[in-house]
Design a protein around this ligand. Sequence first.
Ligand SMILES: Cc1cc2nc3c(=O)[nH]c(=O)nc-3n(C[C@H](O)[C@H](O)[C@H](O)COP(=O)(O)OP(=O)(O)OC[C@H]3O[C@@H](n4cnc5c(N)ncnc54)[C@H](O)[C@@H]3O)c2cc1C
Length: 494
Amino acid sequence: MVGAGLGGLSAAIHLRRAGYRVTVYERNSRVGGRANRIEHGGFRCDTGPTLLNYPWIFEQLFEAAGRRLGDYVRLLPVDPSVEFRWPDGARFQLSSDMNRLLAECERLDPGSSSSMLDFFQDAAAKFRLSFDKLVTSNETSPLRWIGRLRVREILRTSIWRSLDGELARFFKSRYIREAFGSYGMYLGGSPFELPGVFSILPYGEIAHGLWLPKGGIHALVEAIARIAGETGVEIETDTDVSRIDVAEGRVRGIEFTDGRYREHSIVVSNVDRPSTDRDLLGGAHKSSRKPPKMTPGVMTFYWGVRGRIEGLGHHTIFLPEDYRGAFRDLCQRRRIPSGLPFYAAIPSETDPDLAPAGASTLFVLVPTPLLSEMPGCDWKAAACDVRARVLATLGLDPARIVFEEVWTPEDWSERFGLFDGSAFGASHILRQIGPLRQPNYSPEVGGLYYAGASTTPGTGMPMVALSGRMAAERIVERHGVPEAMGIEDFAHAR
Ligand SMILES: Cc1cc2nc3c(=O)[nH]c(=O)nc-3n(C[C@H](O)[C@H](O)[C@H](O)COP(=O)(O)OP(=O)(O)OC[C@H]3O[C@@H](n4cnc5c(N)ncnc54)[C@H](O)[C@@H]3O)c2cc1C
């Protein structure tokens, strides 16, 4: 296994459970990939993911390892969950408490609570269809994939409509549409491009809650690495893979940057899929396919702040006056939006232990174009400019910042091998979902598999945890359970 991101750790656990001997090689000294941690002077910042959805997927991962999630990490509910704010002063706060959410809809746009109920009914059906029939199993044939649905169900998916178009069917309020449409940013950039089926994102977050593991997202990662270790997975950190060795169309082993070599007949790469194909497959074995369309990059700011940040809750998304223009800037004009959308999180509001007593941990994420879309950009200078704009919007005196780290798309790319600096991996436009997405196996190289955000089913922590399971299932289906290491051996290893 190359890479100990969440997809890699999940694949490792499932493979081990199936009886394989598994070694994970991770280039960084900490596991978790994008879901990493920065620690300084009592401030603990999660580097990437800060919103945890669909906890049952992680419960299932622990169950696969014969463990209980609750024995390793405590999930704290975050409710009210996310607040959206606009420059004109409008606000919209989400909550899994239906009465509260409906009252908020009425406050923002009188009469919209019934639209919210209609939306919920529709999105709940889409959500069930997606999870029961589309997302959670390996499928290579688009016809068989869509054939799992009855005609009525196909119509329900709204895959031919944009996410924004789908939201417009339910909501007159621009604020509600913009708030829910902005979830598209995590999947491909623009609610005007993504298919309408992704209305399940805001629905899923509200219906199933938003969580923070006690100790931060990285506490969950550490727990997953721990159960991997307990089930017999070996994890070698500070181990940089330079090449996946291929001979006669089959994987033969792995070469490291320090010159070492290990033989392996099956390799799962958790390194971003297009980066694996470009950087780790030597010469003739590089994939002939064009790289996929990627989600945008991000600039991330990690701040330790003196005192509490008054007036801001755990999760806030700031949307600009010209919402459509911001997406046009980002996805078509290829520049950092002039009206800046950004996300701010203060996890210490929910778990005060993430900051020294009385202080706050503040995380800010600003979407940017990809590295190739801003050639010659001085990212450090761009980050200075963005920093000033963000602080002005937050009304935060920079003198209160006692600790700071800033990562640009260059940093994200260098640290974790993210293709073109893309934060969330391959986009989820229509031609890149389900069996149309780059698969979790290599059609060109026998024994090479993929797990993670740029392969199936997609990006986000729950999805990459599923991708690990699906890659393991694919391997077991093709290679069977190794005789030399049956389930009994697995039991002993535990
Ligand atoms: C800023 C940001 C915010 C996000 N917010 C959320 C959120 O709130 N909620 C959510 O659910 N998701 C969020 N995501 C998405 C989520 O983090 C990712 O989808 C998920 O963590 C990706 O996991 P992965 O399995 O693809 O592995 P990755 O995280 O990509 O890990 C790959 C691993 O491979 C290692 N590696 C790379 N090259 C080599 C090599 N040559 N040799 C050895 N090892 C190598 C890397 O160091 C890394 O550890 C966010 C992502 C980012 C960047």
